[in-house]
Write a protein that binds this ligand. Structure first.
Ligand code: NAP
Length: 292
């Protein structure tokens, strides 16, 4: 069994991007610029945003963090999005989700110019993804495919089973894996809370992707010997042995499943660190006009 090291892979991607940006700026060209909008003061969102700003620095990007209080009106937020859409110095921008209840999240996502939508959440990017056109691919699923690619894992003709059908992980990763591409070319089954025989379906997977948010859900009996296991789950669970009293848990019972599979992503240090690296990659693509 091999551990798929997302932390090291993410660091390698960021170093590759930094080298490309150094070349660009060496030629006198402007560095890529990512803007981020943060509404409210949620601890988790603050940490994600701080990490994104740090990643921009590591890649040589310019960045700005635009903050609004929790009670900002939808109109004000949409006006800021309009300003960023029109700003020629901003290559891409993101709005940290979730947003407060009084703001229509879908309206906000659809207000972003798809050419600057480096999170890949706009329906135009999602639609282009589903029919195999160039687009900004959402970062977590794109990170999963990048890991499969960089570890030389054969995907063509394999049965991939995706557990979870969210718009940010399950659906897009299923769409990516079914494309006629490498990595891709899989036969894909998507399971969710209404799926019958989920255990049997999972046990037939050559590649099993768990994106449920249910700690330890995937047990040894649900895994085919030699399968590739990708654990997207990140849930904070109680752990009295830790100083903080908490630890991050994946959706896979790692200790037992690891013995049975060929490759596995740990939590933390697997899929998680790839998300920011792929956001940086999308921003570089936006700067280079490589998608639109
Ligand atoms: P989500 O929106 O809550 O979706 C969960 C999906 O799992 C739903 O489709 C749900 O089915 C399905 N599900 C839940 N319990 C199930 C069960 N017992 N049996 C079968 N299906 C079940 O979650 P998400 O946003 O995709 O996130 C999933 C996990 O990945 C979370 O732990 C999240 O923190 C993590 N995550 C990590 C990253 C990262 O590492 N960067 C990024 C995104 C998400 P229904 O559709 O039928 O309700």
């Amino acid at each position: 069994m091999k551990i798929i090291d997302g932390k090291a892979t993410s660091a390698a991607i960021k170093a590759e991007i930094a080298a490309e940006v150094a070349e660009m700026t060496g030629r006198g060209e402007r560095a890529p610029f990512l803007a981020a909008i943060l509404v409210g003061h949620d601890g988790g969102s603050e940490t994600y945003m701080a990490n994104k700003v740090k990643a921009c620095e590591a890649c040589g990007f310019g960045s700005s963090l635009i903050r609004f209080d929790e009670d900002v009106t939808e109109e004000r937020l949409l006006a800021e999005i309009d300003r960023l859409n029109k700003d020629p110095e901003v290559d891409g921008f993101i709005v940290q989700l979730p947003l407060p209840r009084h703001i229509d999240e879908q309206k906000v996502i659809e207000a972003i110019d798809p050419r600057k939508d480096v999170d890949g959440f706009h329906p135009i990017n999602v639609g282009r993804l589903s029919i195999g056109l160039p687009c900004f691919r959402s970062a977590t699923p794109a990170g999963i495919l990048e890991l499969l690619d960089r570890y030389g894992i054969e995907t063509k003709g394999k049965h991939a089973v995706v557990l979870g059908r969210s718009n940010i992980v399950g659906k897009p990763v299923a769409a990516m894996l079914m494309q006629k591409a490498q990595p891709g070319d899989c036969t894909v089954t998507v399971c969710h809370s209404s799926t019958k025989n989920l255990k049997e379906i999972a046990a037939g997977a050559d590649i099993l992707i768990a994106a449920l948010g249910r700690p330890g859900f995937v047990t040894e009996d649900m895994v085919k010997p030699g399968a590739v296991i990708i654990d997207v789950g990140t849930t904070l669970v109680d752990d009295p042995t830790r100083k903080s009293g908490k630890r991050l848990s994946g959706d896979v019972d790692f200790d037992h499943v690891a013995e049975k599979c060929s490759y596995i992503t740990p939590v933390p240090g697997g899929v998680g660190p790839m998300t920011i690296a792929m956001l940086m990659k999308n921003t570089l693509l936006a700067r280079n006009g490589k998608i639109y």
